[in-house]
Ligand binder design. Structure first.
Ligand code: BES
Ligand code: MN
Ligand code: MN
Length: 483
């Protein structure tokens, strides 16, 4: 596949990346120190601070036309009706009409994290385990490591006195973990303006499948996120005084949530599987060649609880079938001890990972219909509502286009192995929007490993993945620039 390109003399670039390693680690540490949690309204100022941190970095690296795009206030459901969305950070490096233009997207927001969740070290105080070469911290792999990676590529070129082989446009957002609110509209609006002349989009915001073999990714699932609100008494009540004589919101909610999915992971909402694209023989063959095992899955999950016992079924259920996860209940008693409370209002949260050819609006209808019917069956006097919080489409691309070939070549140069071509079970809502609005190919070029623990405790990025990841990102720009 990668014969098309001659090997490029990238060794000086790779060597410079190695030399700059201490500085790159420090850059990541500074980024991790800003708790830019997009889902926590009280931390919104930190998300904005992170945007300004990026602007500072872009300025010092010589980016031009740096802009902070205001997206207005966050739409409901939201606690503070005047809550401002964090800005989109745009910047350019080079505007040579003879060169191709690559748009790089990444997100500077992160998932919530508390030491008490079970972290071994403070999540926002990067811990460098030198003995094992691992960087721990929230956002290390998702997605601050990769975002810093692009900046590091520029820094290495400047130090070397090399020209960048392409024009680079960066687009960094601060709401990805919360559904990329406002970004679709911005991309549509800038398609013919800021993003004019973009030839290709690269996103480094995913992971290797396992821990040893690099991959290039040509598919993502989408994500529709819902909430079910059940409201009863005017305030939380004493279960000794009111238990047994009023309708409890939590009882209704738990009953409804139990009807959504079974213990084997099968979605129970009628009609969902009817929309899933049939498996073709050609696709069925692809799974055999992927390097992965049940053991790797169990190791990454930290348990022996896999629902499928062979590689093919695991990959199919991660990549090409939908899944439904129950995430939590806002307002429910969740502390330690034995509080005898009847929560007055509870909000159940769940999401569905979507795949070809699920129609998102149709899915919403099926979900609402099912839940409304289940609630009606309860004959409950409580107030009840189900709503969509956000949705983002799935994406599947052609892994044989020029972007993937260039990325394969760069990956081979750095890792001495031909990467696997994979899809992902996770979601990056904006991917399909870039492809459609800009009319260009999108490449997913991961930096971290499958066991990095994105969204989990002790999220990490191996130093070797960080550093070699920078080489791969930069190498890709060189091969793509020649295509
Ligand atoms: N980096 C992930 C996307 C991802 C997850 C890629 C797993 C590959 C494997 C991204 O930051 C993320 O977490 N996205 C959210 C999107 C959601 C809020 C719509 C996700 O997948 O939960
Ligand atoms: Mn991410
Ligand atoms: Mn994430």
């Amino acid at each position: 596949m990668s014969e098309k390109y001659e090997k490029l003399p990238l060794e000086p670039f790779f060597k410079t990346i190695d030399e700059l390693q201490p500085k790159f680690i420090e850059r990541l540490q500074k980024a991790i120190a800003i708790p830019s949690v997009s889902s926590d309204e009280s931390l919104r100022p930190k998300v904005v601070e992170m945007a300004h941190f990026l602007v500072g970095e872009l300025e010092s690296l010589g980016f031009t036309d740096i802009q902070l795009k205001d997206l207005g206030t966050q739409p409901p459901p939201v606690q503070d009706a005047n809550l401002q969305l964090p800005p989109i950070v745009l910047g350019r490096y080079g505007q040579d009409p003879k060169k191709k233009t690559v748009l790089v997207y990444g997100h500077y927001d992160v998932q919530p994290a508390l030491k008490d969740d079970g972290w071994s070290t403070e999540p926002f105080d990067m811990h460098y385990d030198k003995a094992n070469g691992i960087l721990y911290g929230r956002g290390s792999t998702d997605d601050k490591g990769p975002v810093m990676g692009w900046l590091n590529v520029i820094e290495a070129h400047r130090k070397l006195g090399w020209e960048l082989p392409v024009n680079l446009v960066v687009c960094f957002e601060g709401m990805e973990e919360s559904g990329s609110l406002g970004l679709d509209e911005l991309v549509a609006k800038e398609a013919k303006q800021y993003f004019k002349n973009v030839d290709q989009v690269t996103i480094s915001d995913n992971y290797w499948l396992g821990t040893t073999k690099p991959v290039l990714t040509y598919g993502l699932r989408g994500c529709n996120y819902y909430q079910i609100i059940v409201k009863g008494p005017g305030a939380d009540l004493h279960s000794g005084i009111f238990g047994g004589i009023i309708a409890e919101p939590m009882t209704d909610l738990v009953k409804i949530m139990s009807t959504l999915v079974d213990g084997k992971g099968k979605i129970q909402i009628p009609g969902v599987y009817d929309m899933v694209a049939p498996l073709t023989e050609k696709e069925d063959k692809l799974y055999d060649n992927i390097d992965f095992s049940v053991d790797e899955l169990n190791a990454a999950a930290g348990s022996d609880t896999a629902l499928h016992q062979n590689k093919r079924d695991i990959l199919k259920h991660r990549w090409r079938y939908p899944s439904l996860s129950l995430h939590g209940i806002e307002g429910a008693f969740s502390g330690a001890g034995a509080k005898t409370v009847i929560p007055s209002k509870v909000v159940g949260k769940f999401s569905i990972r979507t795949v070809p050819n699920i129609d998102l609006a149709k899915l919403d209808q099926l979900v609402f219909k099912h839940i409304n019917e289940e609630f009606a069956k309860l004959n409950s006097p409580n107030e009840f509502k189900v709503e969509l919080i956000h949705d983002g489409n799935y994406w599947v691309s052609d892994p044989f286009n020029e972007s993937f070939q260039a990325a394969a070549k760069a990956t081979e140069d750095v890792w001495n192995i031909v990467p696997d071509f994979t899809r992902e079970g996770g979601s990056i809502p904006i991917t399909l929007t870039f492809e459609k609005e800009l009319g260009v190919d999108v490449l997913l070029l991961p930096m971290g490993r499958g066991d990095d623990g994105a969204h989990s405790i002790n999220e990490k990025l191996d130093v070797s993945n960080y550093i070699n990841g920078c080489k791969t990102l930069g190498g890709f720009l060189h091969y793509y620039g020649k295509s």
